[in-house]
Each structure stands twice: as C-alpha cells, then as structure tokens.
Design a protein around this ligand. Structure first.
Ligand code: G6P
Length: 467
C-alpha cells in the first residue's frame, strides 16, 4: 500500500525492461519532462510496464515509487493500439490518417481507464494531488473523482486537441469530455488547443466557459470550476547544455561529421516514425533539391533518425514501407560510392548520442504536419551552446508558438520548404547567432521545471474553489 502525496498516472511507467531483467529509465518526452519533479516530490507513478501480460510488483526507482498496471495482449491490441493509437491519435492530429471507430476498442478503453483510476485511487494519500497524463487516459479524471472526491486532480494533454468540426466525429465525444472535466485543471500545449476544448464543451454541454474556468454543474446542484488552459511543456535544458559541453560528446560530434565524409552541410531530422511528423514531405523536398542540382550529394547529407514506434498498428507499418522506399529511391539516384544523400537510422539512441547529432547538424528540420509540442526542436536549441545552427520549424508544431525566431515552414508547401532549407543552409553566421540566442533564451527560461511548477501551482490554487 502506497500513500503518496503526488501521484502521476501515465500510460507508460518511466522505465523500460532491459535484457538482464532490470529496469532503465526510458527515453522520450514525457519521461524526460516529469523525472525531476517526481524525484523532488518522492511521489508515485502509476503506469504500464510496456510489455503485454507483465505482472510486476510495485518497486522503487530513482526516488519514485513505481506502480505497474498490467495489460493483457488483448488490452494492448484494443486499448493501446486500437482506441489510443488508431482512433484518438489520428483524430486529434487533424485526421492526417483516417481514425477508425470500433466499439470493442472503446469498451477496452473504458475498462483499462478504470483499472488505472483504481490503481491511482489506491496509491493516493488523503487529500493528495493526482496528475493524469495524456490521451490514453482521458476518462481517468472523472473516474478518480467519483472514487476519491478528496483528491486534487490535474490532467495534461500532450497532443493537440482538434477543432470541433473534427472532434465531433467521435461517437463517444460526450463521454470523453465528461472524463476530462473530472479534473480541476486540464492543461494543453497551446492556447488554441484549450480553445478547441472549451468550444467542444460549449457545443456539447452548453456549460459556461470563462477564463477563470469551465462551470461544471454537479449532481447536488453546486457548480465546480475546471480550468482549461495552455501550459506548453519543455525540456530539462540544463541537462542538454551540460552534455553539449562534454569533451567526449564534442569529439563524437566531430566523428559523426567525419564519418559522413565531412560534407559542407549536415541536415538532421529526429522523430518517432509517425505520420504526423512530415518525414515524407521533408525527404521529398531534400530529394528535389538534389535532383535539381541546388544541392549536391558531396556537399549535403541529411541524417534522419526515425525511432521505431507502434509497429503493430497498420498505418505505422505502411508509413515505414513508404519512407524506406523513398529513402532507397533518393539514395539510389544520387549517391556516389563515397557519399550518401540520406543516412537513415531506424533506431533509438541514448541522449548522449542525440546531443552529438545535434552538435553535428548545421540545420535541424522539424516539419511536423501536426504536433502537440515537439521537444526535439527544444533539445536542438538547448544543445547549440555555440549559438550556431538553424532550426527549421513547422508552423503546425506546438513549439512554433514559442520559438518564433526559427525559420517557419508550412511542410505541405514543398517549394516553400525547399527555399527555406536553402535559406537555412546559406544563413550568415551573424544571423544564425542572433536567432539562436533568442531561441535559447526562451528554452532556458521556460524549462520543464517551470512547466511543472506552473501546472502544479495552478492546480494547488484550485483547492477549495468548489461552491
Ligand atoms: C507521444 C505521446 C506520449 C507517448 C509517446 C510515445 O509523445 O504524447 O503519450 O508516450 O508519444 O508513444 P508510445 O505509444 O510509444 O507510448
């Protein structure tokens, strides 16, 4: 029995099983974001250990109590691959891929959300704060409130919240909003996401939505306020700055450039292999610049890290085929024996190697078609302690709201993307410095600690506000 004052509930635990039966800290945005907060608070984290049918007892890791929630192979298929990643994910990312609405998936989502809520209710001390994370667990806030009205409940939505015209497709649109409205604070990445959510609440429930909160009528006739607001997530900027200063990592970044044949220009893309990331658009633009002779394979290399993701979901399997076909075609057409156009890596790397790659890259390409935030953009900026390098950033990534001094692109506009890539490559060092300084200032000042502090402060301020 755990009696934690702060409980985080997320689909995944912040660890991955390693080969010899131990655990190591997982990479990835959410974990990176919350690790320091949890260590400080000595809290508990409720989540799935990441493999089907794994029955694991609670254990302590890096100052946090980890409470595993088991998912059967069927739960993984219906709740995780199905409803979370084949219904909600594509719907909330502006239907870039077609969402599938399947009733057994929804039933599994209900069942599994209840299991997470039960585990959190058991772990939380009287009057504790519970912080629910992301789209896999949208029903947990209301389930938790029903079981434990003493708790203060926060929810943070890491991905976009779509416009009502799209959201309204969801057959369970009312239930999902009711689930979210169980939270005292519902955090979003962008002001626009919070606005889309408030609009959906008005359209479906006619509740009053004000800056001070959404007025949610209670069964006893009282009204509870639920605050829906933007809290853009960030990174542990100092950790990246520190890595960027390490001699071995600087040496590794030089080695990377040398092993690419020391091209004049190294471009970099780093993404989970996901259709929201615009990897195909990026490859198309780069391929055309080579084909048209605006760039040459001797002078420019694109390193594309595409980490494996959700591989059993069909749309992801197709995407992989499509991307790998494109890479093969471009390389086949323009490579020489000594130079390759695209160095494609379908792998995940430790943070040290990522920083070495960031330091090796003159131009970072973030061309997402829709993205909640995109922490890679912030990691690149934080790592560029020499104030050199150019960030090309899609206006459809949440990060764009904060990183105004990046070079903006609409990734659907291939000609515009090509011109912007050329502008990035040709940018004079003085302009690079001016832009990078401003970008770095924003990321250093608004790091993940500021993010979690802002969110938890807003949550604490809601205590006792029901009337
Ligand atoms: C996004 C989501 C996270 C998710 C991560 C990795 O960043 O917002 O909730 O954990 O992708 O995806 P996965 O399906 O492997 O957990």
């Amino acid at each position: 029995m755990t009696e934690a004052g702060l409980v985080v509930v997320a689909n995944r635990l912040p660890v991955d099983a390693d080969a010899d039966g131990g655990w190591r800290r997982s990479p990835g945005g959410l974990v990176t974001a919350l690790e320091p907060v949890m260590q400080r608070a000595g809290g508990a984290w409720v989540g799935w250990p990441g493999t089907p049918d794994a029955e694991v007892e609670p254990f302590d890791f890096d100052g946090t109590r980890l409470i595993p929630v088991a998912l059967s192979a069927e739960d993984v298929e219906l709740y995780y691959e199905g409803f979370s990643n084949d219904t909600i994910w594509p719907l909330y990312h502006d239907v870039i891929a077609a969402p599938r609405y399947r009733r057994p998936w929804w039933e599994a989502y209900l069942r599994v959300n209840q299991r997470f809520a039960d585990a959190a209710a058991e772990a939380a001390a009287e009057g504790a704060t519970v912080w629910v994370q992301d789209y896999q667990l949208q029903l947990v806030p209301a389930m938790l409130r029903a079981a434990r009205p003493d708790l203060t409940i926060g929810y943070f939505h890491h991905i976009p919240f779509p416009a009502y015209g799209l959201y309204s497709q969801l057959p369970w649109r009312r239930q999902v909003i009711e689930g979210l409205l169980g939270a005292d604070v519902i955090g979003f990445q962008r002001v626009a996401d919070a606005g889309n959510f408030a609009r959906a609440v008005r359209r479906l429930f006619h509740y009053e939505t004000k800056a001070s909160g959404i007025r949610v009528p209670q069964p006893d006739g009282s009204v509870r306020l639920a605050l829906a607001k933007a809290f853009p997530i960030s990174i542990d900027a100092e950790a990246y700055i520190e890595l960027a200063g390490r001699e071995d990592i600087l040496a590794r970044s030089r080695e990377i450039r040398a092993s690419l044949g020391d091209p004049a220009h190294v471009l970099l893309g780093v993404d989970r292999l996901d259709y929201t990331k615009g990897i195909g658009h990026r490859l198309k633009a780069f391929g055309e610049l080579l084909a048209e002779g605006r760039l040459s394979v001797q002078d420019a290399t694109l390193v594309q890290v595409a980490s494996p993701s959700r591989e059993r979901v069909e749309t992801y399997a197709h995407l992989r085929d499509e991307i790998e076909l494109t890479v093969g075609r471009i390389n086949g057409d323009v490579d020489t024996v000594g130079h390759t156009a695209i160095r494609y890596l379908h792998q995940a790397f430790p943070r040290e190697e990522m920083v070495a790659l960031y330091l090796a890259a003159d131009v970072m390409l973030v061309t997402a078609l829709r993205d909640g935030m995109n922490l890679v953009a912030k990691e690149y900026v934080a790592s560029r302690t020499d104030n050199h390098g150019v960030l090309v950033l899609s206006e459809f990534a949440g990060a764009h709201d904060e990183l105004g001094r990046a070079l903006t692109v609409n990734p659907h506009d291939i000609e515009g993307l090509k011109d912007t890539i050329m502008r990035a490559i040709e940018m004079p060092p003085a302009e690079q410095r001016r832009r990078m300084r401003a970008l770095r200032r924003r990321v250093r000042e608004h790091d993940v600690e500021a993010w979690s502090r802002d969110f938890l402060d807003a949550l604490a301020a809601t205590r006792g506000e029901s009337r």
